[in-house]
Every structure is written in structure tokens, then in C-alpha cells.
Design a protein around this ligand. Structure first.
Ligand SMILES: [Zn+2]
Length: 419
């Protein structure tokens, strides 16, 4: 998703954080097309802190909804859609369905023997097997089946896990072999994907012409893939002499210098103070909360009157409907009030300091860590060619005050730019 400005896409930073956390969970990243230096750069850091909390809160909420379903899980009752090879027997518990079970055994055996997913899918379809929903097989259905530990008897629901609770279809050694093969294949795919994720997109600029630098990949004569950023103007074939920058090198360098320059104890204190100022400003505006409380009072009064009428025997056909309507309304208002009140205890200065301090100790080679640092703390990076092999790099950070850093090639010895 690309946003055109730094304006939040929700009415306040709390909602914005909650939406962003939800998007992230579904694999959507938010980019800003324009990235001007905001009036209060700490707002971005605050938003990032809030995002972490929103994730935590929405998970808690989901957990309490699931609590009721967990009761079922403890009795090993079949829930959700049925996996291939099972049917629901007496007392709503799992039993083996022989035809599906045969397909499952074939899938595991063939995969362990090194057959390709296409070969397995073709074999299943040619022999008339169907998925649990009665469809033909495709590669997606295979992945789900190969990872499902129900087949070795594990009952799983939310955080309830009970071993040997279901009749097993696959024996443990075969299952383990398949898992290690899957892990190996998945890990190599993930490595390639991470390489293609250009963390400095929209933040890296050509110092010579001011154009953004765009992520690009290519294959060398020896067949090796390489990844770099290229000046957009030069990419379009126009005249700019800026050399390309190797992706890993520039990203790691930016992260390294950002952590050491921005996350000093002094700066952390300053950022936390400013973030708290923003929070307090938001909290001073209690008009929404007061309005909601008024609404709740009205609704309660209406419900009370209706109940009194019912007790006196005054019931029309619409009374019950109206009561349900009012009760739903009350539930909605209570939810909104809870969300407004959640803002208050959500953050203290200590928590922000703690969060920012924990930022310092990440693994510099870890892509997720690099992403968090760049997304949160880096505003822009301008890179200039400087002499034969050298570079000059000007970093601007999302903090007020002393927010730029210039690195010359002599400062970046040991991690010299590639040729
Ligand atoms: Zn350029």
C-alpha cells in the first residue's frame, strides 16, 4: 500500500496504529510516497511504539474471544474445517476416513522420496483422489497437508496442544523427515525473498540529481544474483553519473550509523519526553470520551424505561426488537469507551525509554531489525560519489534538533563501498 503523504490514514494516531498493525499481520506494508520532514518527527517514533502495543492489544482481544472455544478443545472435539483423511464420529470426535487417509499417506511418502509437488499433484488427480472439499489437488493444498501435525495425532486449538489425541495417519519418522525437507525448501525461499526486499525504498536518494534510488537486481555472468539501488534518472537512460549502490552494504551501513547516532541515552530521553508531550496533548482532548459517556447514560435510561414497561405488561410486537436494538447500541458505545480509555494507561515515558533502549541491542544482520530501524528512525538518505571509490552519505533522522549526520568515505573504512 502506498500513501501519498505522511498524514495518517485514520482520525487519530491510535486508530492509525491499530490499522497498521492489522495490515502488517496480513502482510501489507505501508509506504509513504512523499516523505517530508514532519513538524514533530517524534510522532513517527510514537506511532511505531503504538503499533507494537496495538498488536499486543488486538491479540489479547482475539484470545479472550477464543476462550469459549477452548473449552471444546479440552474435550478434543472436532472444530473448524475437517482435514483430509478424517471424518467426525460419535461424540463429535475425529475418526479416520480411509480413502482420504490413503491420499495423505501417498502425499507424505512421495514428498519424502523427493518427488516434486507437480508430480504428486498429477498422481493424485490422475488416480481420482479429491481434497477434503471434494476438489482436485493443487500445490497449495499439498503444503497445508504436509505441515499438518494432526496426521501424527496432535490435537491443536489456539494454545491448546494435546499429543496422541487423534487417530494418526502418518508415523512420526516420516512426518519428521517431511518437516525437515519443507524447512530446508522454505528457508531458501525466505532468504531470496528477504534479499529482494529493498528496505530503503522511498528513503534513498541520488545526491547528484536528487532522484530517488530504486531497487534493482540482476544476474552476473556466473549466474549469481546481485541486488543494488540505482538512480531513477540514470535508470531511465538520462544523464546522471551516480554509481549504483550495493543493497546489503548501504542498508547495513545506514542501520549501523542510525543506531549509534540516534539511540544515545541522551537522545532516547529527549525522544521519550517529546513523545509524551504529544500523548498528553491528545489526552487533553476529552470531548470524545465525554460525548460517549453521555450517549451511554441516555441508552441506559431508555433500556430502563422499556424494562419498566415490560414489567407492567405493556408489550407490543416491537418491544422485544427495540430492546435488542438498544442493548446492541449499549455494547457498541461501551466498546468505544473502552478504546478511548485504553489510550491513557497505554504508554508512560518509562515504557517508551525501555522500548527505544531495547532497539539498541538488535542483530544488525537481521532483516526485520534493519526494517524496524529504517522505518522508524530514518527519514532520508542522500548518497554522493566521492572520488574514485569513496562515498559521502547524508542521513536525516526522524528526531528534532540535531538530526543529520554526514559520513565520508574515510569514516566507512572496513565497510568500503564495493566497486
Ligand atoms: Zn542521479
Amino acid at each position: 500500500m502506498i500513501m501519498y503523504t505522511l498524514d495518517r490514514f485514520a482520525r487519530n494516531r491510535y486508530d492509525s496504529a491499530i490499522y497498521k498493525a492489522k495490515l502488517k499481520k496480513n502482510g501489507v506494508r505501508v509506504f509513504y510516497a512523499k516523505q517530508p520532514m514532519p513538524d514533530t518527527p517524534e510522532g513517527i517514533i510514537l506511532e511505531s511504539v503504538l503499533e507494537g502495543y496495538a498488536e499486543y492489544y488486538s491479540e489479547n482481544l482475539a484470545r479472550s474471544i477464543k476462550r469459549g472455544l477452548k473449552e471444546n478443545a479440552l474435550h478434543k472435539i472436532a472444530m473448524g474445517s475437517l482435514a483430509l483423511g478424517y471424518k467426525i464420529g460419535e461424540n463429535r470426535q475425529y475418526e479416520i476416513e480411509p480413502v482420504g487417509a490413503k491420499a495423505v499417506q501417498a502425499i507424505f511418502t512421495m514428498y519424502a522420496e523427493g518427488k516434486s509437488q507437480t508430480e504428486i499433484v498429477d498422481w493424485l488427480n490422475n488416480n481420482g483422489f479429491k481434497t477434503s472439499r471434494g476438489n482436485s489437488f493443487n500445490k497449495n493444498s499439498l503444503g497445508r497437508i504436509l505441515r499438518n501435525d494432526k496426521y501424527i495425532g496432535v490435537y491443536r486449538y489456539d494454545d491448546v496442544t494435546i499429543e496422541d489425541a487423534i487417530p494418526s495417519i502418518i508415523d512420526k519418522p516420516l512426518f519428521d523427515k517431511v518437516q525437515s525437507l519443507l524447512h530446508h525448501n522454505f528457508a531458501s525461499r525466505a532468504r531470496n525473498k528477504a534479499k529482494e526486499d529493498y528496505l530503503l525504498s522511498t528513503k534513498l536518494f541520488c545526491g547528484h540529481c536528487g532522484s530517488p534510488m530504486i531497487g534493482e537486481s540482476g544476474t552476473s555472468k556466473t549466474g549469481r544474483m546481485y541486488y543494488y539501488y540505482k538512480c531513477a534518472k540514470r535508470k531511465r537512460g538520462k544523464s546522471c553519473e551516480k554509481k549504483v549502490e550495493k543493497k546489503d552494504w548501504i542498508e547495513e551501513l545506514v542501520v549501523r550509523y542510525t543506531v549509534s547516532h540516534v539511540l544515545t541515552d541522551e537522545n532516547i530521553e529527549l525522544i521519550a519526553t517529546r513523545a509524551m508531550e504529544l500523548i498528553e496533548k491528545d489526552l487533553q482532548d476529552t470531548s470524545v470520551l465525554i460525548g460517549l459517556q453521555g450517549l451511554l447514560k441516555d441508552t441506559n435510561k431508555k433500556i430502563k424505561n422499556l424494562m419498566a414497561a415490560i414489567e407492567q405488561g405493556i408489550i407490543t410486537s416491537t418491544t422485544k426488537e427495540r430492546l435488542e436494538e438498544l442493548e446492541q447500541e449499549r455494547l457498541n458505545i461501551e466498546g468505544q469507551i473502552a478504546r478511548e480509555e485504553m489510550k491513557k494507561p497505554l504508554l508512560s515515558k518509562e515504557r517508551i525509554v525501555y522500548w527505544l533502549t531495547s532497539f539498541k541491542s538488535g542483530d544488525i544482520k537481521d532483516v526485520e531489525y534493519q526494517r524496524r530501524i529504517i522505518d522508524t528512525l530514518v527519514n532520508s538518505v542522500f548518497v554522493y560519489d566521492n572520488g574514485d571509490k569513496g562515498r559521502r552519505i547524508v542521513l536525516t533522522f526522524n528526531v528534532s534538533g540535531n538530526n543529520t549526520l554526514t559520513i565520508e568515505s574515510s569514516d566507512i573504512e572496513g565497510i568500503a563501498p564495493p566497486k
